[in-house]
Design a protein around this ligand. Structure first.
Ligand code: PGA
Length: 252
């Protein structure tokens, strides 16, 4: 039985001065849902406020990216050691916006994810096809490549520190959600590929989130699918009530 995990991806939203209030409102609204892992992945500058606000609550702080080198001349980057030192527990890696706008590749995803896991944090590694790739019948090809390249070198022992997020690019921020059946089909594929990479037993323990316009109105039917173990939430994570409603659906 995999514990459901709902993570907010704040992206480039929410000021440092607004962070504590949002985290506290989320913690308050979700305090009865102990059977769900609740995570807020925030902009780096919001992390100190998020960590402080998470203390003593069940909400766990996360980051949106990390560099693979432990330190050095990488202006603008943040290391996994810095995140761990700040109290962060999770880190999103390879979000499609990073791939699309910031030249992230399967290779850099692999380096970053490996560094995150080695630092003892949990990596939320994102995969997903674009609309053009789906229309061209390339979903399986794209997902298998992103999995095999992005998670290269990881083993069964790393499974504990790994969450995968399936985020069809055409569903992110568009209001268009994958149907539960479309999502389940890809989630099952992800688990199968993972099984080939790290063994079926380990793959069975890894949580696979769906992301892309998940909201209170569609969360329950997505989360009812066999291989959908949670959600990575953008827009609906910026308000405590909508985020809490998704967590309530996961808690059922
Ligand atoms: P969305 O974003 O929920 O706003 O579609 C999800 C994500 O990009 O992680």
């Amino acid at each position: 039985m995999r514990k459901k995990i709902i993570a907010g991806n704040w992206k480039m939203n929410i000021l440092p001065s607004e962070t504590a209030a949002l985290v506290k409102a989320i913690a308050e609204a979700t305090k009865d849902y102990g059977n769900v892992d609740v995570v807020c992945c925030t902009p780096a500058i919001d992390i100190p406020a998020a960590v402080a606000a998470c203390a003593g609550t069940a909400v766990q702080p996360g980051a949106e990216n990390a560099h693979w080198e432990p330190s050095g001349a990488y202006t603008g980057e943040i290391s996994t050691g810095m995140l761990a030192d700040a109290g962060v527990k999770y880190c999103i890696i390879g979000h499609s916006e990073r791939r699309q706008y910031f030249a992230e590749t399967d290779e850099t995803v692999n380096k970053r994810a490996t560094a995150v896991i080695k630092a003892g944090l949990t990596a939320i590694v994102c995969v997903g096809e674009t609309l053009a790739e789906r229309d061209a019948g390339k979903v399986e090809e794209v997902i298998v490549r992103q999995m095999k390249e992005g998670l290269k070198g990881l083993s069964a022992v790393d499974a504990e520190k790994l969450v995968i997020a399936y985020e069809p690019v055409w569903a992110i921020g568009t209001g268009r959600t994958a149907t539960p059946e479309q999502a389940q089909e890809v989630h099952a594929l992800i688990r199968k590929v993972l099984g080939e990479m790290i063994g079926i037993d380990a793959a069975e323990t890894v949580r696979i989130q769906y992301g892309g316009s998940m909201k209170p109105a569609n969360a329950a039917e997505l989360l009812a699918q066999k291989d959908i173990d949670g959600g990575l939430i953008g827009g609906a994570a910026l308000k405590a009530d909508s985020f809490a409603a998704i967590i309530a659906a996961a808690a059922k």
